[in-house]
Design a protein around this ligand. Sequence first.
Ligand SMILES: C[S@@+](CC[C@H](N)C(=O)[O-])C[C@H]1O[C@@H](n2cnc3c(N)ncnc32)[C@H](O)[C@@H]1O
Ligand code: SF4
Length: 397
Amino acid sequence: MNGAEAASSAPAASDANVKAFGVYVHWPFCLSKCPYCDFNSHVRHAAVDETRFLRAFQTELAATAARVPGRSVSSIFFGGGTPSLMAPEIVGSILDSIARHWTVTEDAEVTLEANPTSVEATRFRGYRAAGVNRVSLGVQALDDRALSELGRLHTAREALAAVGVARSVFDRYSFDLIYARPDQTPEAWAFELKTAIAEAAEHLSLYQLTIEAETRFEALHAAGKLMMPDEDTGRTLYDTTQEICAAAGLPAYEISNHAVPGAECRHNLIYWRGQEYAGIGPGAHGRLDIDGVRHATATEKRPESWLMRVESLGHGVIEDEVLTRDERADEFLLMGLRLAEGIDLAAFEKLSGRPLDPERIHGLLSHELIQTDVGGRLRVTPAGFPVLDAIVADLAA
Ligand SMILES: C[S@@+](CC[C@H](N)C(=O)[O-])C[C@H]1O[C@@H](n2cnc3c(N)ncnc32)[C@H](O)[C@@H]1O
Ligand code: SF4
């Protein structure tokens, strides 16, 4: 499917209330730990017993399907960690298992996150044969020095070669870049981004480097050995990103995600629109609607502990909390305002039992940080996105 074809079949804001159901599967292993990353990812020097993990994924899927039977799965996402370290047969068996427990829609989006090394690219055909129809590649930078500083195991040339393989194997692919890196100038980023866009198809994820707690970058930053761009430079880098992407036909549909209209990542839209999804595997989160209430679930994070828990108890869930109306409404606001389409005010009111405070809306409108429309949607403006956290805090208060 090319971008134009995708545009005719992909979800629009009006589909936000359609009953979607996603399945997230977490593969928690990586070949090495990147110094900026705080995802649930672990390095193991001995071989990982993939067959044993497969059995545990199948067990957890059965337990989850028993709680939320009869769902129609519109999206499946293998995230990590590095799911492209999994054998294609294992991915195929997990997909078969999902299809045994639920109905998978004919046009379901099935994404797998891949690291762009030459070894991993050789598995792409196997993933396609297994049922994957979209890959998301962690390219991160197109500059070898930056890649080495980010602790990546691939060069820019190798990453672009992997993008080329993805293009030849899949109709849909995306890749991630990290910007606002130490010493990065807006000019250098503009050049890098334009090079990336020439290689991109319908979708790009562009994240500003964040210093996460308990990472090696945090220690370096605290020791004054990693200089992050100052606030003004960060803002210029963000504005440059928006301008270049919009001019290239890849506007932001979410604060860090850009797509040809219609080619948005349907799986991530499920999260941002507050829809229902199952989380399978170590440290996976889920949002399940059971008996009219929403459950927030989380599984054991440590891979081997998760494995033993599933083997002994039949599932790895360690948190299962029923969200209150207020919690659910806050989450709806927090996630939905990240999207360019914004939120449906009536849907917010239905969830929370109260409208948003008109005075706060008025204040934000007068500063042109948000806008509302006759269809009853409220969205953050381009001027508002750089201060999104403050807007959410204001509206949720
Ligand atoms: C689950 S992670 C990585 C997927 C895959 N393992 C990889 O590295 O290519 C998803 C994305 O989050 C982004 N990311 C992770 N940590 C980040 C940080 N501290 N700041 C900005 N972006 C980050 C990266 O672009 C990464 O590709
Ligand atoms: S960025 Fe990706 S490869 Fe690096 S540690 Fe995190 S999950 Fe693993």
